[in-house]
Design a binder for this molecule. Structure first.
Ligand code: PDD
Length: 275
């Protein structure tokens, strides 16, 4: 498998970065996960816009147009029409001395690789989820590679037989450890509003657009934990898993414990839209 590293394409095993890279030492970098369905990059411009916001958020200047990124990604993608995603990571690069403050002269480390999207059984069957206190920092709209809190939260969910952790702050639902959250309440689709507390998910945007286009009532609004527990449907959504119905939350059934009708409708709309 060929990967991209700092202007070169090379076999994965030969792609190496310095142990002094600030991504390794500090988690000083940002990333993107961009799906490519049948070889076509999905919502590339939105992903690059979000990348640019993340880069600005960590004060890392890097000017690369959507067309330039596309030219970098293209040779990485399979040509047999299978579904993949591009993983892109940009760090502040390496410096000779370990120092928290930015070094004066660094060149960002840019790494990209393609990977197959694994079919996720939970997407059609539904998953169990648990709610956990959101232990992350206050700039969750930056897609930072520094993911320790997310990792610990997701692992806790897995350890308890669940596929996702839904994070709660001051009694309100924020997002998943690696997903955004939707609830269907009284026939209306609700998702928490954008802000520093959540990652502005591209899948989330697409779902809201599809709801608008197909006259499905929706609202961006805060969701209390009790409201989530009483919702007729709960979904966690992301680029790699798409729209996943949560059928059991903290050990109690959501709705009738099966993927709901609104999920079925939105999943069909998304499948039609992305292909
Ligand atoms: N994660 N919120 C968080 C914290 C996420 O990590 C992700 C995605 C999302 C959904 O964003 P999008 O719809 O743009 O994928 C929300 C990716 C898939 C990951 O870290 O692998």
């Amino acid at each position: 498998q060929q990967v991209y590293l700092n202007g070169e394409y090379l076999p994965l095993a030969e792609a190496k970065v310095s142990v002094l890279d600030r991504g390794f030492l500090f988690g000083d970098g940002v990333y993107e996960v961009i799906p490519a369905y049948k070889g076509r990059l999905f919502r590339l411009e939105d992903h690059i816009n979000r990348l640019n916001n993340s880069l600005a958020g960590i004060r890392l200047p890097l000017n690369c147009s959507v067309a330039e990124w596309e030219a970098i990604f293209r040779p990485l993608l399979a040509t047999d029409g299978r579904d993949q995603y591009i993983y892109l990571q940009v760090t502040r690069g390496w410096a000779p001395k370990r120092d928290h403050a930015f070094p004066e002269h660094t060149t960002p480390t840019v790494f990209a690789m393609a990977a197959d999207i694994q079919p996720f059984a939970g997407r059609s069957e539904g998953i169990k989820a648990i709610t956990l206190d959101d232990t992350r920092w206050q700039l969750c709209d930056i897609k930072a590679i520094t993911l320790l809190a997310n990792i610990l939260l997701r692992q806790e969910a897995v350890d308890r037989g669940c596929a996702e952790a839904i994070l709660v702050k001051n009694g309100y639902v924020i997002e998943g450890a690696a997903s955004n959250v939707f609830a269907a309440i009284d026939g209306e689709l609700i998702t928490p509003p954008k802000g520093h507390e959540i990652l502005p998910g591209i899948t989330r945007d697409v779902i809201l657009e599809l709801a608008e286009a197909h006259q499905i009532p929706y609202r961006e609004d805060i969701i209390a934990l009790e409201a989530l527990q009483q919702a007729s449907e709960v979904w966690v959504v992301s680029s790699t898993r798409e729209i996943v119905p949560v059928v059991n939350l903290d050990g109690a059934a959501i709705g009738d414990g099966k993927p709901g009708p609104l999920w079925k409708r939105m999943d069909e709309l998304l499948q039609a839209y992305k292909n």
